[in-house]
Design a binder for this molecule. Sequence first.
Ligand SMILES: Cc1ncc(C[n+]2csc(CCOP(=O)(O)OP(=O)(O)O)c2C)c(N)n1
Length: 348
Amino acid sequence: MLEFDTADVRNRNSHALEAPSPAALPATPSPECLREMYEVMVRSRRLDERCWLLHRQGRIGFHISGIGHEAAQVGVAFAMRRGYDFLHPYYRDLAMVIALGMSMRDVLLGSFGKQGDPSSGGRQMPNHYCYKPANILSISSPVSTQLPQAAGVALAEKLKGGDRVTVTCIGEGATSEGDFHEALDWAGVHKLPLVVVVENNEYAISVPMRLQMAIERVADRAAAYGIRGVSVDGLDVFASYAAAKEAIERARAGEGTTLLEVRVVRITPHSSDDNDSTYRSPEEKAHVRAQDPLPRFQKQLLEMGVLTPATIAEIEQCAQAEVNDALHYAESAPYPPVTWAMGPVFAE
Ligand SMILES: Cc1ncc(C[n+]2csc(CCOP(=O)(O)OP(=O)(O)O)c2C)c(N)n1
């Protein structure tokens, strides 16, 4: 029987954030960094799976999942300067926000709509992540609305002469929205320090990619705005990290915006309210599941000697203990007072 360290769980909930200097970012992540990336993926996956169960048990009202997107998200997050660069995320970015410093307690406070939820004090839908200590900015539910806001933040940073990069994430379906085109046009004209990450899982709820756009690669859209377009295998942590690192370094050096397409899979239905059996065959679902990035990364790290069966078991046990701790914490937390609904909405 393996023991888990309760101090470790506390540390994970301590909101400690480091902002490594850009010089410290290696071309290939160190073994310690790779292990941390794997830990984030496992922690995100176990929390995500528990949220589905909590929804089915009627304990939370809604969940929208990042399962299948984790490799791309850790690749991007670990290429950012944590607590320094800005993130305008989207609802599937669970592994990304955990990598940047949100704790499981923070996430579940949002799922239960409890007081202390850092995203919105229990006023937003779950999975609409916001976390001020990590420069994660609040998002709205209409897809793509975070893009003009991200472009605005990047423009402000440029005008101030700072070197913080803004990263924003969306799905490929959201690239059909006007906000996407307006933000990218602006980013191209003003050479903004912005990275637009499109997590392409080939579905916008039930609408497959071929009915969303007549091009092969979302990254091809970049040329229309005079920005760089890159498309990578988002099921591969190494490829995602390398592409994000390059895009972020270029943005920081004043070389402008990149549209970074990370090709991922959506292993779950769109959300807890969706039944994907109505539009995906059992064969297709099995094919998608077989591409799961988590066992793939685990295999790579075992082959590299970064992980052993014992460390894998230890990481699993810590993640489960952390989920249990966060669940107990969030379920026991009080609801916000009714008056909280009226504000503060705007900074004073
Ligand atoms: C402007 C707008 N239209 C429609 C919706 C309803 N809606 C929510 S998520 C979603 C699908 C978005 O697909 P995609 O951008 O590919 O992201 P994915 O969910 O596949 O990750 C839609 C249509 C919305 N939230 N906002």
